[in-house]
Design a protein around this ligand. Structure first.
Ligand code: XMP
Length: 510
């Protein structure tokens, strides 16, 4: 079956992946392609539509990302957003200008022409603007379809050639009718049917996996996280026990987590599942180490060593299953940024094993992986689990990692999670956990002086972990969590709450 495709041409804007996710939410498959490879991709795939994203450049800048005008001659509908619309105007003979004002934030726009992008949308609406340059003069054949007080061309179209431009961002939630505008582009202008659903993706992948794997064996490094779990359940459904899952328990998991993972995959799914209890190995490697980056490197290397040893015991294996997802695959045009933390995701590829890679999630965004998980009827607690770092509690245990300190983190974290669940806050908070800042302070319990550990609580709201804000957990709930931790967890006499956003802090303390 040939699936409908929309090509999202990446000009470097901050919302590029968001545009792609919105299109997919509207049941249309799309791929994000860097601007300099887009024309070739369009010619090869003949997509139903093309979307130009925003970007930080000005069309007049020397190295401004651009695209050959030929893209407008192929008869494929094009929608330009922000920089994408300015580039479109510039290439087609209009004029883009840098005014002495900046339009930023929630702005009212006035629809001048309904129909097209604005089918069933008229009058005044709110949109999200974030631009310096604007389109001053339209290219020939275009007409203005919306304006704002400051911006003469908030939207434009050349319906004959199916070319549309928006100065504002329909992909962000601050543009309430944005999703309807994108829907109009896809369904009214590109005339898609909308064949991208997780049900159809699952069916297609199951037969692809069966076909490519045949009766060969597949190895999976299962961490119990969302991606590796969804990938494993899907491949297990396709090839049964020719999938071997190795779960390396590095002893840095949350309370009872190792047992829960084992129970689910071994007992419920009846998978070919091997648990390696390697806690003491990891702890002895981490002895005396307090530098966060060194800890991450040791854990990453040890993980691969353990996984490698187990894999060698298994005899002939042909494929390695990996939970790679689409954001890891998208080629970005932007340069290198500084390494803040080395993310060693558990599940690294043993270099000396010559295995073929099986990556059934490689086309999916994280929210689609979760929807696929639901399609596969994986328990909701797992599918909607909060992110958990590969190096586990080691990066929440500041200074040297010891079993005593890990125990305090596990117990206090369990209390926090129980209270968050009890008050139904799991979905309102992106990530929440306790950590041990490695300080002791004086306290008084009963009539006794204590000199015990301080436990920190970190809870943040976020959409992608790139930026985050500290969660405003109600004081009464914080009070309950604090008194339960001090009362129930041995060796703790003080609880603190981290009220720093990211940036300048990060989510984890190490
Ligand atoms: P930071 O602390 O950088 O974290 O704000 C952003 C997100 O990444 C997770 N994180 C990690 N995940 N390996 C991982 O797989 C790591 O080494 C690692 N360090 C941080 C963190 O939990 C948050 O969701």
């Amino acid at each position: 079956m040939k699936r409908e495709l929309v090509v999202v041409v990446d000009f470097g804007g901050q919302y590029n992946q968001l545009i792609a996710r919105r299109v997919r939410d509207l049941n249309v498959y799309c791929e994000v392609v860097p601007f300099d490879k887009a024309l070739q991709k369009v010619k090869e795939t003949n997509p139903k539509g093309i979307i130009f994203t925003g970007g930080p450049a000005s069309v007049y800048a020397e190295s401004a990302p651009a695209i050959d005008k030929e893209i407008f001659e192929l008869g494929i509908p094009v929608l330009g957003i922000c920089y994408g619309a300015q580039l479109m105007a510039h290439l087609l003979g209009g004029k883009v200008k840098r005014p002495d004002f900046k339009e930023y934030g929630k702005i009212e726009f006035d629809v001048k022409e309904t129909g097209g992008l604005f089918k069933n949308i008229d009058g005044k609406n709110i949109c999200w603007m974030s631009h310096r340059d604007y389109i001053e003069r339209l290219p020939n054949g275009f007409k203005i379809t919306a304006t704002t007080d400051m911006c003469p061309v908030a939207a434009m179209e050349c319906a004959d050639k199916k070319i549309y431009g928006l100065q504002f961002h329909p992909e962000v939630v601050h543009t309430p009718r944005g999703i309807d505008i994108l829907r109009n582009f896809l369904y009214e202008i590109c005339k898609v049917k909308g064949d991208w659903t997780m049900g159809s993706y699952l069916e297609e992948q199951l037969s692809l996996i069966k076909e490519s794997v045949g009766d060969k064996k597949v190895l999976c490094g299962l961490s119990g996280g969302v991606d590796s779990s969804v990938a494993a359940v899907m491949v297990h459904r396709a090839i049964g026990n020719n999938l071997v899952c190795v779960f390396v328990d590095h002893g840095l998991l949350r309370k009872d987590e190792g047992d829960e993972v084992e129970k689910l995959f071994k007992n419920t799914y009846k998978m070919n599942f091997i648990r390696v209890n390697a806690a003491s190995r990891f702890l002895s490697k981490l002895k005396g180490i307090d530098d966060p980056e060194k800890k991450r490197k040791i854990i990453g290397a040890e993980f691969i060593a353990v996984f490698d040893e187990e894999a060698k015991k298994l005899g002939t294996i042909d494929f390695l299953l990996q939970g790679t997802i689409y954001p890891d695959v998208i080629e970005s045009g932007s340069g290198h940024s500084a390494v803040i933390k080395t993310h060693h995701n558990v599940g690294g590829l043993p270099k000396n094993m010559r295995l073929k890679l099986l990556e059934p999630l490689r086309l999916l965004f994280k929210d689609e992986v979760r929807r696929l998980g639901e399609e596969l009827e994986i328990p909701r607690e797992l599918v909607w689990r909060q992110p958990f770092p590969g190096p586990g509690l080691a990066v929440r245990c500041l200074g040297e990692v010891t079993e005593d300190k890990l125990k305090i983190i596990r117990e206090s974290d369990a209390v926090l999670r129980q209270e968050i669940a009890k008050h139904k806050l799991e979905h309102a908070i992106w990530q929440y956990f306790t950590f041990l800042p490695n300080i002791r302070s004086v306290g008084v319990m009963g009539d006794e002086r204590t000199y015990f550990h301080t436990v920190g609580i970190r809870a943040v709201t976020s959409t992608d972990a790139m930026t985050a804000d500290w969660a405003r957990i109600p004081y009464e709930i914080l009070e309950k969590i604090s008194s339960r931790i001090v009362g129930e967890v041995e060796g703790v006499n003080r609880v603190i709450y981290d009220i720093t956003s990211k940036p300048p802090a990060t989510i984890e303390w190490e």
